[in-house]
Ligand binder design. Sequence first.
Ligand code: AGP
Length: 614
Amino acid sequence: MCGIVGYIGKREAEPILVEGLRRLEYRGYDSAGLATLTGNRLHLRKKAGRVSELGSFLQTSPAPGCIGISHTRWATHGPANDVNAHPHLAGTGNGQVAVVHNGVIENYLVLRRHLESEGVRFHSQTDTEVIAQLIACHMDGDLVEAVRKVLSLLKGTYGLAVVSPRNPDLIVGARLGSPLVVGIGDGEHYLASDPSALTGNTQKVAYLQDNQLCVLTSDEYHIFDAEKSRVSALVHSIDWTPGESDLNGFPHYMLKEIYEQPEAIENALRGRLSDADSSAHFGGLNLDVQQLRRAERIIFTACGTSYHAGMVGEYMFEEFARIPVEVEYASEFRYRNPPIDQNTIVIALTQSGETADTLAALRESKRKGHPVLSICNVVGSSIAREADGGVYLRAGPEIGVASTKAFTSQVTILALLALFFGRMRHLSSIQGARMIDELHAMPDLIRRTLRCQSEVQRIAEKYFHVDNMLYMGRQYLYPVALEGALKLKEISYIHAEGYPAAEMKHGPIALVDASTPSIFLVPRGSIFDKVMSNLEEVKARGGPVIAIASEGDAAVTDHVMSRADEVIVVPDVPEYLQPLVTVVPLQLLSYYIALLRGCDVDKPRNLAKSVTVE
Ligand code: AGP
């Protein structure tokens, strides 16, 4: 999940590379570095720590030149220190090469031992240095050819960029399994792991596909396939405006993105609801009506927060489309070999569109002939491109590592798809029209939900010191319990678990004591009384209870308030839309608890935004 930025053109490379790394830092941030060229001199600067540490270092030791490559690292081999930071150098004098790499070279040890047996001395513990040493060994004046030869020796995944004083007017890039885009400018070109790094420089990008290599000069770029034939690539226009990736006055990206949820949901709905036929419309499913009607089962495959969104989708599809659904962890699904009948549609859910496990699960499903759709936020990303069709979230860049607006946007798109499939089968136009009205109301209801911020801050101040937290929900809110627990875990490092509320009786209730708060999602609904019974069981054992309840019915709210220690009230919405309002206080609670614990909310330890390795 590292970040790569390259630049070649007429401007000084250093500031462009550092700003690009800053925008990619959510992809990995345990070390950062860059290499620039002036004529036949290579300037290497790299440091453990955040991009800001590299920036400070460059203040005293700038790297001149109008061509360069840079990298922000999420360690896969070797600890986060200066030596293991990228770029990695190899060779001497004019034959030197500098390499930055995202991915995992699975046969790096065999290659390293062979090189060492031939007298090559390594300086780092990384797999990437093997690539640099191999290229240096194959350099006979043509960097492109040397890179090509080395790629054929590698097993695993890579998105990489290479420069050398021997060819000081070009950058070579290559991709297999880790994303890489070419940024197209006027008299300048860029390389990046994802287009957000290029915000403010260009909005025109061409995505490399697997087994492609690119050669950039300041005036042109060429892309080649594995047979060395030049290929053309579709040029996408990234519709993110420069300001969208900035904080815009918020203290952290996570808080900004929590508050962007109403607008993100408006964008998800825009142009996709049809009053004329009381249904939803999508421009890019690319499946014919018969394929959609014939669907006898749907499999959602995803990771992390996207998996939790898929769990909400399971309840939606079963209620409104009457289609059996399974939700599969992509990391499991890619290696299982379940008997799946041909009338199964696989839907990959992903914010980044680059999650390695989800991409692999998609490819495995396509290999078996299933139509595959993606629900994704990043235009032109690998999963979006390789799916047969899909729906974009239109949520705008999600920078905070903890996913927030992507979750609520995915749930919104899933509600639209459930309406769409339902109206092809059993849903009446009246039911469809009602769902359309209910969906249209959600952005303002989430704006209203956000007013709970100060109440949530007070509760966070009361509980931020705990070591464990339990989250309980049922039906549509069981996935929200899991999602709330994940949010708390990943940014505050508090141990937290989500359970179906009734499951407490079968063991987990042994965890309940005065130091372990339980969060109950207990809005009004068909099983409100059942969940209240589960809440009582926890109270009876002395566990503090924080309840998320519905506003409106005083009797219900009073009942919850009489039993819970803390109550956060959210708008009363139909059960299938309760995930959209109940998740908001959980997102805010994890944010404020993490702040109170001094954690880095946007870049939690050990994590990265896009997990592009297995
Ligand atoms: C969410 O808060 C996590 N950062 C993580 O679980 C994430 O949802 C998961 O890695 C999947 O990412 P994707 O949606 O980009 O595929």
